[in-house]
Design a protein around this ligand. Structure first.
Ligand code: ADP
Length: 583
């Protein structure tokens, strides 16, 4: 499926029924700065009315009234209006920043509590974009839609009543132009929207491609594919250029058409107005006032249409945000989780990511306490999936999992997960110091405890040799460390968490033979009094394990001591090769 045809992109274009109801819920859920908003609306009304009075006084002045009272009123209105306008801009920025902050906080929180199933079919960059960009939806709705439309309606109605009082014939000319303006704004609005959509799509593809390229730059270099990447980048940049130029032309054409309409309208008004004036049907003051207000009226109608054109973009982002907010969160409720220990037992566990492709079909096995069990199986046999179920990142579709005799599904999620620590094959790090990454989430870790964990993971020496020791900054994903060093830090993080159940995914990946032997020794110590599950992709880690569970096509092929398993499983025989695996 082409990138632009994916359903999430279509959301932008398709307007779904009931979006305003869903959107209203968003407004209620995120705490809006109501007081500031009220002040902003008050200032909008205030400056609008002052502006109208200003036009009124100016018209009187131009019509020959030079009384001190009028001049004083005009100057006072000019000063107050200028001050209030500045204040209005400040308050508007504040409302905008505060509402975006609250929406972002709510969205961030929501994303963290979404189940893994949500991310399965989601492009992670899309989720990021939603939080960063679409979070402005509330702000955009208030500042660029609701408030301005109410203002423009009020302004046009107010002006219309005034000018109608002066002369109904001239007012009728103004009204006659409204359908033309509406049609023009509608047409341009549609085209503009399509161009903007295209621009946004190309820009996000360019950003996506760049982000991927920066992460995979060694790949591009190693395969000498710089030329190809350059061509892809140049193509996207060219398309972005063309679409933005098209947008500029469109803006020009729109302004030109608007100016043309205004010009025709003004000429007709001047001709009719001067003839009425000559015939004595209106006086000079009436004519000047009318003329000044008529341009305000045209402007107000134009604003009304322009702001209305924002509705589709707002609907697009509102739907995206509402989609996230309405997605069911992880079920975090449950019984308090006591200090968990004891065997982990799986009985007839079944699971699939997608209905049509079952991954685990009736897995029954035991991971005994105080033991290290290897979890083995061909690639794609379901090892990671099984671990995901233990961590309750997904819920099984059938069967049960118990830890120390208790069904794990009954415990409150966050409390339950605290008893587990995971060292994944590609150890994960955030930008931050070694200390922040190893202590991840624990704020009051004493220096000695941290040192003990680092020593325990065999990481102390190399961390000490870093420029700022434990306070050395890690770059994104810990790229400034070697694979083996990252692995050790991940082990230190697991040790520091004091979790009873440790899950290690090929913990000696990226390590040489000596480092592997060292880490196996370290893990042997860490295993004392714990339950360790080691996903092994190479036999290097087998000396650590006393038992093994072999998965094959979503079922357990063999389970038991390494010797037993080697006898029973063809996979194990191939995996362990000729050598004895259990010394
Ligand atoms: P292993 O860890 O043994 O290599 P996995 O548990 O990662 O196997 O994968 C088991 C099967 O589940 C594979 O067929 C894989 O394609 C599929 N799978 C894994 N993760 C996902 C996912 N997030 N969405 C859909 N299918 C998945």
């Amino acid at each position: 499926m082409a990138r632009q045809d994916r359903p999430s992109d279509q959301l932008y274009i398709r307007s779904r029924k009931g979006i305003w109801g869903r959107f209203a819920k968003l407004f209620i859920r995120c705490r809006l700065p109501w007081l500031w908003l009220a002040l902003y609306v008050f200032l909008e009304f205030g400056t609008l009315n002052l502006g109208l009075s200003e036009t009124d006084y100016t018209a009187q002045l131009f019509a020959g009234d030079t009384s001190a009272g009028l001049v004083f009123r005009l100057v006072a209105v000019l000063i107050i209006n200028a001050l209030a306008s500045h204040m209005k801009v400040f308050v508007r920025e504040l409302v905008s920043a505060r509402s975006t902050r609250s929406m972002r906080t709510v969205l961030f929180d929501k994303v963290l509590h979404l189940p893994m199933t949500y991310f399965q079919d989601e492009n992670p960059r899309d989720a990021v974009y939603r939080i960063v960009q679409n979070a402005k939806v509330i702000d955009n709705t208030l500042i660029f839609f609701v408030v301005p439309i109410v203002m423009a309606l009020y302004k046009s109605a107010n002006i219309f009543v005034r000018i109608f009082r002066y002369d109904w014939r001239l007012s009728a000319i103004l009204i006659a132009f409204i359908p033309l303006q509406l049609l023009m704004a509608f047409l341009f609005g549609r085209i503009n929207y399509a161009v903007n959509e295209r621009e946004t799509a190309i820009r996000s593809r360019l950003t996506e491609r760049l982000a991927e390229l920066v992460t995979n730059i060694p790949l591009a270099k190693a395969f000498a594919r710089e030329d190809r990447e350059e061509a892809v980048g140049a193509d996207l940049t060219e398309r972005l250029y063309k679409v933005s130029i098209r947008g500029s032309w469109l803006d020009q054409l729109k302004d030109l058409t608007q100016t043309g309409i205004n010009l025709v309208q003004a000429v007709i008004m001047v001709l009719v107005g001067t003839s009425l004036l000559r015939n004595g049907e209106i006086n000079t003051r009436g004519w000047v006032t009318f003329y000044l207000f008529s341009s305000l009226f045209t402007g107000a109608i134009y604003e009304l249409i322009m702001y209305w054109n924002n509705v589709k973009t707002i609907q697009g982002s509102a739907e995206k945000v509402a989609d996230i907010m309405e997605a069911p969160s992880e079920n975090e409720e449950g019984d308090p989780c006591p200090a968990l220990s004891g065997d982990i037992v799986l009985s007839e566990v079944a699971f699939s990511y997608h209905e049509e492709a079952p991954v685990l079909t009736g897995v029954s096995c035991t991971f005994p306490d105080n033991a290290v069990t290897a979890l083995l199986g061909a690639s794609g046999s379901g090892k990671t999936t099984l671990v995901n179920l233990l961590l309750r990142l997904y819920e099984p579709e059938g069967g049960a999992i118990t830890a120390g005799g208790s069904d794990i599904s009954r415990f409150a999620l966050a409390e339950y997960r605290k008893h587990f620590a995971m060292v994944s094959q590609n150890a994960m790090f955030f930008t931050g110091t070694v200390r922040e990454n190893v202590c991840y989430g624990q704020t009051d870790v004493a220096g000695e405890r941290l040192e003990k964990a680092l020593r325990g993971a065999g990481a102390w020496e190399f961390v000490q040799a870093l420029p700022q020791g434990v306070d050395t900054e890690l770059t994104e994903y810990g790229q400034n460390l070697s694979g083996g060093q990252r692995q050790r830090l991940a082990v230190a993080r697991a040790l520091l968490s004091d979790a009873h159940y440790l899950i290690l995914d090929e913990p000696v990946a990226a390590m040489d033979a000596i480092a592997t032997a060292e880490l196996v020794e370290i893990l042997r110590k860490a295993a004392e009094g714990r339950c360790l599950i080691v996903i092994a992709h190479t036999k290097a880690v087998l000396p650590l394990c006393s038992r093994a569970v072999i998965l094959s096509e979503g079922r357990v092929e063999a389970e038991g001591s390494l010797d037993e398993v080697q006898k029973a499983s063809a996979f194990m025989q191939a995996f362990a090769g000729e050598e004895a695996v259990h010394e």
